[in-house]
Design a protein around this ligand. Structure first.
Ligand SMILES: NC(=O)c1ccc[n+]([C@@H]2O[C@H](COP(=O)([O-])OP(=O)(O)OC[C@H]3O[C@@H](n4cnc5c(N)ncnc54)[C@H](O)[C@@H]3O)[C@@H](O)[C@H]2O)c1
Length: 237
């Protein structure tokens, strides 16, 4: 994959999909740093930094810290995200704002201090984690789907700007993946969703990590830019 000794930052890397990405990158010999909010992942040796993606000053400090401790950042995986699901009439303004602030503005805050430096070095790969909900919509997720559709718009626009500097920007749109985020879905709803997924199961965090590693790799995906890679068991084609 030619990712050995390259420096990659993963936001929200302490658990779920983020932790799987950190772990797989470590297997490829990548110098990984990740952010966490509540507690670091005790099973990982990667550089763990406590930071909230909604805090732009904190995210600028994260970029500085990673460059200081590990070297120039080659790759960023903008993974941190949350849900605050509810039917539209019951959705509060706080639910709306928090999800947009975290899932969309959080990616802006993450990339803002890093991407200009990638341009200067004429090298880099950015992977944003969107969602099937941002592609097709989902009941109870007007806020989340809007944020994740926004991530796709950001990804495609930044890819167009960044390409001339040799920087690739892509997104992964996971379907339903077994993490804390989907634990709250009631069993009956889970069964219904599973029956509609052609592969007849939820995905595993590691299956998203492989897609991310592919998009980060300067050899495996060297001509892939501005794309949204669906990893959803054919739920949405
Ligand atoms: N699990 C799924 O089915 C699924 C499907 C599609 C997309 N996604 C997306 O994948 C990404 C990872 O989700 P997951 O399933 O691993 O969920 P998760 O809840 O297990 O992990 C989310 C991570 O984001 C971090 N995070 C949340 N808010 C943050 C903030 N303000 N600042 C810093 N970090 C913050 C958390 O600390 C955690 O590390 C998210 O962007 C999510 O929207 C998940």
């Amino acid at each position: 994959m030619r990712l050995e000794n390259k420096v990659v930052l993963v936001t929200g890397g302490n658990r779920g999909i983020g932790a799987a990405i950190v772990s797989l990158l470590e297997e490829f010999g990548t110098q990984v740093a990740y952010t966490y909010r509540s507690h670091p992942n005790s099973e990982s040796n990667a550089l763990a930094i406590s930071a909230d993606v909604t805090d732009s000053a904190a995210m600028a400090e994260v970029a500085d810290k990673v460059e200081h401790k590990l070297g120039s950042i080659y790759g960023v995986v903008a993974n941190a995200g949350i849900t605050r699901d509810n039917f539209f009439p019951k959705l509060t303004t706080d639910d709306w704002n928090t999800v947009i602030e975290t899932n969309l503005k959080g990616i802006y805050n993450t990339l803002k201090p890093i991407v200009p430096k990638m341009y200067e070095r004429r090298e880099g790969s950015v992977v944003c984690i969107s969602s099937i909900s941002g592609e097709r919509g989902n009941i109870g997720q007007t806020n989340y789907a809007a944020s994740k559709a926004g991530v796709i718009g950001l990804t495609k626009s930044l890819a167009l700007e960044a390409a001339r500097y040799g920087v690739r920007v892509n997104a992964v749109a996971p379907g339903f993946i077994e993490t804390d985020m989907t634990k709250a879905i009631p069993d009956k709803v889970k069964e219904k969703i599973t029956a509609e997924i052609p592969l007849r199961r939820f995905g595993k965090p590691n299956e998203i990590a492989w897609a991310v590693v592919f998009l980060l790799s300067p050899i495996a995906s060297s001509y892939v830019a501005g794309t949204v890679l669906k990893v959803n068991g054919a739920y949405h084609t």
